[in-house]
Design a protein around this ligand. Structure first.
Ligand SMILES: [Zn+2]
Length: 213
């Protein structure tokens, strides 16, 4: 087993489970097991996204210690010279050792970048363990998967892409189409979807204008 094999990232939720959850809800059925399954998967996934974010910011969490129920942060060296990929990160507690280059490869192209939605993922991670009923959990899941990333650069109010691409299996266009096709029961707040659609429209308008210019 290599050091990289010890890093575990939570998977994205398969579309069929979410589809089923929404279909049952539209029929007025609370499926507690399915809600917990989807909610927990999203919770672990959001934690992985935040762990990657912390590592990018210079605080790498040791996966071996974490598996043993301990949190050890290995700080990356600021202002280090040379190729950043060569930096060696070693856990002072358990001895787990990896280069930054190898660590980076573990999350590269895995849709684990928090981008312009750090607070969205953090809010769900903080809130979810306190939710009790399947209804509360479904409302939190519904809110989460309709959130957006916002531009980190020129325009902080500009929505760039749905966070669903980080959380649900599939490519960006598949995931956007999937959210469009979900069955929404009367018990789910319409504002969540209307805000999602408004942001999608704002993003598309911006893309059109900037492609032309
Ligand atoms: Zn360790």
């Amino acid at each position: 087993m290599t050091a990289r094999d010890e890093i575990e990232w939570g998977p994205r939720v398969p579309k069929h489970k979410l589809r089923r959850l929404y279909e049952l809800d539209a029929q007025g059925i609370d499926d507690e097991a399915l809600t917990d399954d989807v909610g927990t998967t999203l919770w672990v996934r959001c934690q992985s996204i935040l762990t990657v974010h912390a590592a990018q910011e210079g605080r790498v969490s040791c996966p071996r210690c974490r598996r043993r129920g301990r949190e050890t942060v290995i700080p990356r060296e600021r202002g280090r010279r040379g190729d950043p990929r060569d930096e060696v990160l070693a856990c002072p507690q358990c001895g787990w050792t990896i280069t930054w280059g190898d660590y980076h490869l573990s999350y590269k192209r895995q849709q684990l970048n928090a981008g312009g939605a750090v607070t969205v993922f953090q809010r769900f991670v903080d809130a979810y363990p306190r939710l009790r009923t399947p209804r509360e959990k479904l409302l939190a899941i519904d809110r989460l998967i309709h959130e957006f990333h916002f531009s980190l650069h020129a325009e902080p109010d500009l929505p760039t892409r749905p966070v669903a691409v980080n959380l649900i299996e599939g490519r960006l266009t598949d995931v956007e189409a999937f959210l469009d096709e979900l069955t929404y029961g009367p018990g789910l707040p319409g504002e969540v979807r209307s805000q999602y659609r408004a942001r999608l429209a704002q993003r598309d308008r911006w893309l059109r204008e900037h492609r032309r210019g």
